[in-house]
Design a protein around this ligand. Sequence first.
Ligand code: FPP
Length: 264
Amino acid sequence: MQYDEHKLVEYFADAPAGVGFSDLDLNNIPHHISCIMDGNGRWATSRGLARTEGHKAGIVSLREIITACVRLGVDVLSAYAFSTENWNRPQHEVNVLMHLFAKTFIDELPLLKRENVRVVFLGDISALPKKTRDVFERGLAECADHTGMTLALAVNYGARAEITRAVRQIALDAAAGKIDPGAIDDDMVASHLYTAGLPDPELVIRTSGELRLSNYLLWQVAYSEFYVTDTYWPDFDRWGLVDAILAYQGRDRRFGGLSKTEEA
Ligand code: FPP
């Protein structure tokens, strides 16, 4: 995606010591960056605050990463906000998160409009409390004509449920004679996922040091590069993002084949 060089330079001015912003190859920015925003609870607890304060602080980080990705010309930023397993958290925390999602979407609408950000949800948002769902639907309508970066928010999302849902839809179409079972291929499966039409993430960032996928985008990350940082999500900022992209740019992506040097 095109980026505005002036705004880019301005947004990334004053890099702290040790951050190699000038080393970034701006022609090799991932098209799709995905964030597993982890560590909000621990960030808060380590400061003697309620876990929900960590979620509030996490929103500030999300805002910064959205802006940074727009400046860098990223096509798609996806973020794991609430999993199908997160319903098992204490009811109070779930309630606060649902309220926060709605509030955030309303509060961030001016940013999404100003930056022309298209929003899609990954997951079953029909199961969310009515108030949150209504805000999401109204917000989606307000962003419907945006043509810039896509922000894909995974809310009530689980990768196994997503794949099961796709298989069920394809099986129903086959049973109804709408498709030939022999024609089922990777593209058909991908087109039935919540991410239909989006490129797979080249880079998946997980904050807070956990080395697991937590039922996130299992199909789509087949060839993604992973970057894990110990930083808790509320402390993750544009400079952390630069470090992640630099690490990505240093990787040798082989897609099951040979590296460029081995081929030569
Ligand atoms: C993980 O930290 C984070 C979450 C479950 C919520 C993240 C959500 C946001 C930052 C807001 C997203 C906004 C919209 C509009 C969808 P954790 O609670 O698992 O942290 P812990 O592992 O330290 O307990």
